[in-house]
Design a protein around this ligand. Structure first.
Ligand SMILES: [Zn+2]
Length: 145
């Protein structure tokens, strides 16, 4: 909640300290936490509300396979499965170029936000995730696009 008399904040529930605390629950003290927080901190409040308030949304660290982040698809035991919202990030994202890491993190968060589906008129889910990540301010770096 904003302090009495303070200027209304567009995302009062998700200040950087709260985001760091949230991310650290999943990634512990990994250096990747700050990169994830950097991306989350600029996302629209409605996106953060949707993801971070959803118990289906998970962040995890893939400690074993080098490469880029991925969204894991899991089978559901129940019939009312909407899709996966788990984002598994590779350890390498803590060490690679910051711009690339921010792009991959935003791209994976976009998949989660879109339930691995399309965005508006973009039906290809990879293009949709790239477009939404770019919309959030994290376009694919030149050499990767
Ligand atoms: Zn993707």
């Amino acid at each position: 909640m904003p302090m009495p008399g303070s200027v209304p904040d567009s995302r009062p529930h998700w200040n950087v300290a709260a985001l760091r605390e949230y991310v650290a629950r999943f990634l512990e003290l990994h250096p990747l936490v700050e990169r994830v927080v950097t991306v989350l901190a600029v996302l629209p409040a409605e996106v953060l509300d949707d993801l971070l308030h959803d118990p289906c949304f998970r962040l995890a660290l893939d400690r074993y396979v080098p490469g880029r982040g991925r969204t894991v698809l899991l089978a559901s035991p129940s019939g009312n499965w909407k899709g996966s919202r788990s984002v598994v990030l590779k350890q390498r994202l803590a060490e690679c170029a910051e711009e690339f890491a921010h792009y991959v993190i935003a791209h994976e968060l976009a998949h989660a936000y879109l339930w691995n589906g399309g965005w508006g008129e973009i039906t290809d889910r990879e293009e949709a995730a790239d477009a939404l990540a770019a919309h959030w301010g994290f376009p694919a770096p030149e050499r990767w696009s």
